[in-house]
Design a protein around this ligand. Structure first.
Ligand code: SF4
Ligand code: SF4
Length: 117
């Protein structure tokens, strides 16, 4: 079992999940593969210990257990898995961005659901 970061993290990346992950398995891809986004964080399933600490820490509600990923975002299971093979990564990034309001969280979710529906 692993956890997956979906598109609700795109352009957010406040790294709240990184702060709580006990094994530092949340990374940002820095390479040039166009199929792996650089503007969101990804969980390495080979390193994740399934502790579930990251999910409640995410203010954008972008993290899911791999069995609970919404249908619209299923492709992100494979997108996250691809980070395992990558060497061009930023390990344990630390960014400081503002926390969202509930309205911003809801609008962001609707935006990405509409895109992947
Ligand atoms: S806490 Fe959520 S939005 Fe912030 S970097 Fe982690 S997955 Fe992305
Ligand atoms: S489930 Fe635990 S180990 Fe896996 S990414 Fe989240 S905080 Fe890290």
């Amino acid at each position: 079992m692993t956890w997956v970061i979906g598109p609700l993290c795109i352009d957010k990346m406040d790294t709240a999940c990184v702060e709580v992950c006990p094994v530092d398995c949340i990374h940002r891809y820095t390479g040039n593969d166009p199929d792996i986004p650089k503007n969101q964080l990804l969980i390495d399933p080979a390193e994740c210990i399934d502790c579930a600490a990251c999910e409640p820490a995410c203010p954008w509600q972008a993290i899911y257990q791999d069995t609970e990923v919404p249908e619209e975002f299923k492709e992100f299971v494979q997108v996250n898995a691809r980070i395992t093979e990558q060497t061009e990564i930023e390990r344990t990034p630390k960014y400081d961005t503002p926390k969202p309001t509930p309205q911003e969280v809801a609008e962001n979710r609707e935006k990405w659901l509409a895109k992947y529906r």
